[in-house]
Design a protein around this ligand. Structure first.
Ligand SMILES: *Cc1c(COP(=O)(O)O)cnc(C)c1O
Length: 213
């Protein structure tokens, strides 16, 4: 895989002030540094081991974000190496992130993953479970919840639009109900980022579209 420079530049322009989180699971540090040269500053990894290897070999000024399913027992390895965890999908994980953040004397920014389309194969809380989680946030002193993350079903992007819209509405409702000021909506990937942008996406996780074989 090589970086498609023209495509990356075009995407950065199209995204405007939204953040492009380059999903870099397909590439090595060389391509990450190449992306950075073109103007990408946020890199999303979905596996702990790969993140650690890339983190060690990376010499740039960008930051890594964790976007994949995270096991509790691995939080300790990444807590001081990522600037945002997108994928909080259980109360236990939230507890562990808080505990490790405390140990490192830092406040960890996170997003709560919502399984908005209620897919069995996807992680995240259901809409109904949200209240329960948000009611407990006061307990966590070293976590800052910045917003929501979702993955749309793998269907025609136009049909997925209703899920982006529902996630945007959910953020508004939660802010209202819990008197919060969350601003982040992590949604949209290579195939559906335009639809996600229409409904308030602020961080767009794009992988495949940045590279060519
Ligand atoms: C790989 C990945 C993406 C990007 O998907 P593409 O289809 O390659 O754009 C987004 N989010 C997560 C969690 C991923 O693992």
């Amino acid at each position: 895989m090589i970086v498609n420079e023209n495509m990356v530049k075009q995407l950065l322009e199209e995204l405007g002030d939204r953040v492009l989180v380059a999903a870099t699971k397909y590439v090595d540090v060389e391509q990450i540094e190449e992306l950075e040269r073109i103007g990408v500053t946020h890199f999303g990894e979905n596996r702990v081991q790969a993140l650690l290897e890339k983190y060690d070999n990376y010499h740039g000024k960008g930051s890594f974000e964790f976007i994949g399913t995270l096991q509790k027992n691995k939080v300790k390895y990444i807590i001081d190496k990522v600037s945002l965890i997108h994928s909080i999908d259980s109360l236990g994980l939230l507890q562990e992130v808080d505990k490790q953040a405390k140990k490192h004397n830092l406040i960890m920014p996170v997003l709560i993953q919502v399984n908005i389309a209620k897919e069995e194969t996807k992680h995240g809380f259901s809409v109904l479970e949200m209240d329960d989680i948000f009611l407990q946030l006061d307990k966590f002193t070293n976590i800052e919840v910045r917003g929501l993350m979702m993955m749309a079903p793998n269907i025609d992007p136009v049909e997925a639009e209703s899920y982006f819209e529902a996630t945007q509405q959910l953020l508004v409702q939660l802010n209202d109900k819990f008197n919060m000021e969350m601003t982040e909506l992590s949604m949209g990937m290579s195939n559906d980022y335009r639809e996600a942008m229409k409904h308030g996406a602020t961080r767009i996780r794009i992988g495949r579209a940045l590279f060519t074989d």
